[in-house]
Design a protein around this ligand. Structure first.
Ligand code: SF4
Length: 468
């Protein structure tokens, strides 16, 4: 996985200064946070469902080998094939080999974070296979040669005007020369361009939200219906998904679907919930003759039984991103990984190596909101804290910071001196305060550059405690 976390601070600064991005990120609150809250309020048993969802995923992960093997048997029994990919390279090779074997030239893809993780698109392109993203957001970023900035809303960083410019630039070759301004017109034009990609596709590639072990079914949720077109028109359907998506039964899947959709978009259900079970049978009206499932490990089995074991419960709803104050200010691209926000801050160091991604778990205020809203109750702050401990233990922290932390720790063990220093710091901060706020600190510009700090008032915590 390509991670540019080393540029995290620069990218985050750029994002904070980008007015278009800032305006776009402003929609998260009403678009996702409020919608999720309302959906949760509409369902009195929502909290119990979250407990049940956590238990289902925990049980599935604790028995991963058993359920994956059951799933494989069922897929084969339904006329499909299962391929096991140990890493991203193997997964890419398997998919390309299936496509080339079928003599495919054109591929239609529906949205899949795992295919982003393994960077499948560029690989297929290098093999001469034209793959078109058919989810509207993914299609737009493919045209713009960008990465998704959110796991369920890949173009959350873009304005309508930017989308209009993109279509104006890329759709002229399809005979569209007008600059469009209305959302509905943009959608209509994209639909008409994409229609040809669906009709010409030799292979359809999708991800999966869940894999049902008892039936061998692959479950996919979309709001655009493109997943159904990608899988019913071409003769070959390839599912590329992570091994952690397996759940024991269809009932379990339904529970998870109910918490997934409410946590993700605040809907009671998505517009399309598709169940794909094996290849086309005699008498079926539609469906692919060839049904392949590529189960991607890529570091996941290393997480089983380890400190990040709980992270395998993640159902990629995006709620932790939507409620994260850091994500809400810098967006997804600054994270340098396909998995941004709190879930990415845990997952990316695991998948790409902690040395590559140590800034990510540090990009958290530890407010705990991510854990509060996670439908499968993943303790995200504790898992991020683990990476911070790992960073310190491996001496990855920059020397000045290690020195500073060492001093702080030493000072904390000298109560009298600590109190003197603290009171001096309060006085110095007071010198820079105006009307109760510190807006500029000569030695701490990176703190005050983007927000003001409340001036210290009423003494330290210990002083206040003594007064009580
Ligand atoms: S960690 Fe939880 S909240 Fe975040 S994407 Fe995964 S399931 Fe959703």
């Amino acid at each position: 996985m390509e991670v540019t976390s080393n540029q995290f601070k620069q990218e985050a600064s750029k994002a904070l200064r980008n007015p278009v991005l800032q305006k776009a990120l402003g929609h998260i609150e009403e678009g996702f946070v409020e919608a999720r809250n309302q959906a949760a309020r509409r369902l009195p048993e929502f909290e119990q469902m979250r407990d049940r969802a956590r238990d289902i995923k925990a049980h599935a992960i604790d028995n991963l080998g058993f359920y994956l093997s059951q799933f494989e048997d069922q897929v084969i029994a339904q006329g499909g094939q299962v391929h096991w990919a140990a890493d991203a390279q193997e997964a890419r090779e398997i998919v390309a080999a299936i496509c080339l074997d079928q003599g495919a030239r054109n591929i239609a893809k529906s949205k899949s974070m795992v295919t982003e993780e393994i960077e499948l698109g560029p690989y297929l392109e290098a093999k001469g296979l034209a793959s078109v993203e058919t989810d509207l957001g993914e299609y737009i970023i493919q045209l713009r040669d960008e990465k998704p900035s959110h796991i369920i809303a890949p173009i959350i960083h873009l304005s309508k005007e930017q989308v209009s410019d993109t279509f104006y630039e890329h759709h002229q070759k399809h005979g569209y020369f007008d600059k469009l301004t209305e959302r509905s017109a943009l959608v209509k034009q994209a639909r008409s361009v994409l229609r040809k990609s669906f009709m010409n596709a030799d292979v359809g590639i999708t991800g999966a939200n869940f894999l049902v072990a008892e039936t061998g079914s692959v479950v996919l949720v979309t709001n655009e219906g493109n997943g159904d077109l990608v899988t019913t028109i071409p003769d070959t359907h390839i599912v590329v998904t992570g091994i952690e998506k397996v759940v024991p039964t269809m009932d379990d899947c339904h529970t998870l679907l109910r918490v997934l959709v409410r946590s993700a978009t605040g809907q009671d259900t998505t517009s399309y919930v598709s169940f794909f079970t094996g290849a086309k049978r005699p008498g079926d009206a539609a469906g692919p003759s060839n049904f392949h499932v590529v189960l991607v490990d890529n570091g996941r089995s290393d997480m089983v039984g380890g400190v990040n074991h709980d992270m395998l419960r993640c159902i990629r709803c995006g709620a932790c991103l939507n409620h994260c104050p850091v994500y809400a200010n810098i967006g997804g691209h600054a994270y340098g990984s396909v998995y941004p926000g709190p879930m990415g801050a845990v997952l990316t160091p695991q998948l790409a190596g902690v040395e590559q991604a140590i800034d990510l778990p540090n990009a958290s205020t530890f407010c705990g909101k991510c854990e509060e809203v996670c439908p499968v109750r993943i303790p995200l702050p504790s898992l991020m804290r683990h990476w911070r401990e790992e960073e310190f233990a491996r001496h990855l922290t920059p020397k000045p910071m290690r020195f500073g932390l060492g001093m702080w720790s030493w000072l904390g063990r000298q109560p009298a001196l600590y109190r003197v220093v603290l009171s001096m710091v309060q006085r110095v901060l007071g010198l820079f305060a105006k009307r109760g706020w510190v807006k500029h600190l000569p030695m701490g510009t990176s703190w005050t550059l983007y927000r003001d700090m409340k001036a210290p008032k009423g003494g330290s915590f210990q002083q206040q405690w003594r007064r009580r």
